[in-house]
Each structure stands twice: as C-alpha cells, then as structure tokens.
Design a protein around this ligand. Sequence first.
Ligand SMILES: Cc1cc2nc3c(=O)[nH]c(=O)nc-3n(C[C@H](O)[C@H](O)[C@H](O)COP(=O)(O)OP(=O)(O)OC[C@H]3O[C@@H](n4cnc5c(N)ncnc54)[C@H](O)[C@@H]3O)c2cc1C
Length: 418
Amino acid sequence: MSRHVVILGAGVIGLSAALACARRGMRVTVLDRQPEQRNGCSFGNAGMVVPSHFMPLASPGMVGLGLKWMWNPQSPFYIQPRLSWDLLAWAFHFWRASTPQRAARAAIALRDLSLLSRSCFIEHARSGPDFGLVQKGLLMLCKTAHALDEEARTAAKAQALGIPAQVLDPRATAALDPAVSMDVAGSVFFPKDCHLPPERYLAFLHHELTSLGAEFRWNTEVTSWQTTDSRIRSLQTPAGPVTGDEFVLCGGSWSALSARSLDLHLPLQAGKGYSLTLAQPRQLPSLCAIFTEARVAITPMNGALRVGGTMELAGLNESINLQRVRGIIRSVPRYYPQFREEDFHGIQPWHGLRPCTPDGLPYLGRTARWDNLLCATGHAMMGLSLAPATGLLVAELASGAAPSADLSLFSPDRFSAF
Ligand SMILES: Cc1cc2nc3c(=O)[nH]c(=O)nc-3n(C[C@H](O)[C@H](O)[C@H](O)COP(=O)(O)OP(=O)(O)OC[C@H]3O[C@@H](n4cnc5c(N)ncnc54)[C@H](O)[C@@H]3O)c2cc1C
C-alpha cells in the first residue's frame, strides 16, 4: 500500500507539496476550509519568482525603516498597535534576527532554496501544460541616486552569492524594456528572476493532481488533531476524522493556530498586502519590476498589468485599508509617467495575508514532538517563488529520502525554547 499523505491547506504551498508527493507515488488528500473557487493569498499576488530576494525581511536597517514608515498611512509597512503578546514576541524575535551575521546565514539558505525552486519551475514548464512562466528577469527601479547606491550594494552581494545582477543607468534600463516609459535614476537587473500568473500556476497544480488521482476536500475545516504518544492519527473535521500516515501543515497565516493545538510554537504574523490589476494598461512592460523606494511590485500578466504592495501587520483580519491602497496607486505615475492615478478608478483591490515568520525564513521540516508531521509554512513574500522547492523537500522527507537542501535554518522548532 502506498503512503497516505494528508495536507492541511490548498494554497500554493499545500498544492506544491501534494504534487511532489503524488509524483513520488504517494496517495494524497488535500483539505481546505475554502471552496474550490477560492481567492486567498496564493491567487492575487505579484507572481514573481525571485532568486534576487535572498535578503530576509529581518535584516540590518529594517527595524529603523519599519519604525519610520509606521507613522505614514500610505507607506509600504505598517504595524497596527495592539496589546498582543504574540505580536510583541514576534517583534522581539524579528529584532534579534536582524543582525548582519544572521541575515548573511539566512541569505545563503534562501539563495539555495530559491535556485532549487527556479529549476523546479523550469522543469514543470517543460514537462506539463503551459502555465505562463516568463524567464526575462526583474528590474529593481530606483527613483533616487541614494536608492540606486543601496541596490548596487545588494547587487554586489548577489554576485558574491552567485546570483547575476547588473547595475544599469536610465538609458540601459529603458533599452531593456522599451515598451514602457520610466522616470528613474537607474535600476538593478536580475536576469534569473521570472514571473507568471499565479492563478494559472494553481490551475496547473490542480490539473496535475487531478490526473494523478489526488483527493480534494473543499469546505472542510480542520478543527483539531487526534494523537497517540508521538504520532498524529487523524485530522478532525465537521465531516469526521481524516486518517493518514503523514500529515503536512500548510495552513498559511492560520498555521500558528493549528500548530498551537499540537503544542507547537510557530510564531507567525499575517502580513496583509493588496494588488490591483489593470485589464487594459496604457503601456505593458515585458519585464516584471519593483519600485524600490515604494516597495511596489509590477507584473505583466496575460496582457494585463498587476500592481501590488504593502505589508500591514494587523492580525488575522480581512478588512481593506484604502489609505494603503492609495499609497500603491500613487506610486505608479511616479515611476511610469504615462500612467494616471485615475487608471485605477473602479478597480476592486484584492488582498492576501502573507504568513510571516520573525526571521524571514519559512518553517520547513519535521518537529521533535511529532514523528509523522511536516511543517511547510511561513514563506511570507516568497510563497509562490519557493513553492516548488518546498513541495520537493516535503516529498523527500515524507518518503524518507535525504532532502536536497540543508534544512537546519528552517527548523519549525527554532523558537520552541521561548
Ligand atoms: C500583495 C502580495 C503580493 C505577493 N507577491 C508575491 C510574489 O510576487 N512572489 C511570491 O513568491 N510570493 C508573493 N506573495 C506571497 C505569497 O502570495 C504567499 O507567500 C503564499 O501565497 C502563501 O501560500 P500558502 O499556501 O502558505 O498560504 P495560503 O495561500 O494562505 O493557503 C493556506 C490555506 O490553508 C487553509 N487553511 C488554513 N487553516 C485551515 C484549517 N484549519 N482548516 C482548513 N483549511 C485551512 C486556508 O483556507 C488557505 O486556503 C505576495 C503576497 C501578497 C499579499
């Protein structure tokens, strides 16, 4: 009998884990409390595959920058002040992780995971139905010489880590993407980055899983876990228990709640972000880009243009903060002068909750407490980017194989002593 893997969560991480397990011959069941036509964090994101993002969110200078941004209602980062022990503990761990030494170690681990993921995407694109992967690179666009200097330093670090990066003046930037007018002081080009429409990638995963006979249980909330000694026996749902040999926690921003009932401490904050998609943009760039100072991501998708950004730590709430959305919209004409704020009138903002760990690294691997549980969550701003590698590593661990990347920094137990 093949091993039965039960996966909590049908976001991009859960489906990627499911596909890698199913392709290794395991029986797979995926549960999600949402209906099949869901629209959570894995759907409306910016669709970037980013080896360029090797610096974790918790890095030197971020605490000061975050404190500065907090007072501006349209800035890219915001923490809603509230009396929450979880938030205070998370902020403490973030501060501790933001040292040059820890960020440098995290950068190597993120680079390896990112490059593994990129090669998995390319392999998926070769072997299955087309999901729109574009391998043209990413531009970090800078309005100011100061930002360009900082990005040039990041480019030097990238090159030292084996990630190609080129610093470009305005003319060379324009030559790389002549389809869009840009008002910038320069850019850094990361040729290995890619982009894709996330909903097409999710459809690809679903299609492949269906053809391999995976079982989906939609509208199914996991309410508790049944355990004996160090093993999980089943997941409890309103429709009854779901048994399996191996369980994988891929619950996105809600993973900490599920983990708590297993006596596990996975500090996570939901980092809300928004995106708006222009169906008929005035101009259509061919490369994806990030407006560096504004921290806004721009991605061409099937003829449309998606604009996304902000990181709002306001708990597990789904409300839309229109001031933050305006901050995103206002940045567009500053970098792309042919665009107008009015272009966005009538466009409904999408929002998603990114699962953010305090040190900017995902929880990926086994815990000491449970023999048959794998955690795969906390990918924050890079869940799509890191999904195929995460899936591969989950399948390797579930089948007892040696993982193809060093997982020590990703241990789900790393905050358990606190
Ligand atoms: C504006 C924005 C732009 C972004 N851009 C990018 C980008 O360009 N590149 C990139 O790599 N990443 C990007 N991200 C981040 C990326 O979207 C996330 O990291 C990723 O979607 C997280 O996937 P996930 O599967 O972990 O979580 P989710 O997609 O949230 O999936 C978790 C699932 O678990 C289910 N679940 C939770 N608890 C339970 C329970 N108890 N019972 C049943 N079901 C449960 C939920 O219903 C949900 O469907 C962006 C995010 C935002 C907001």
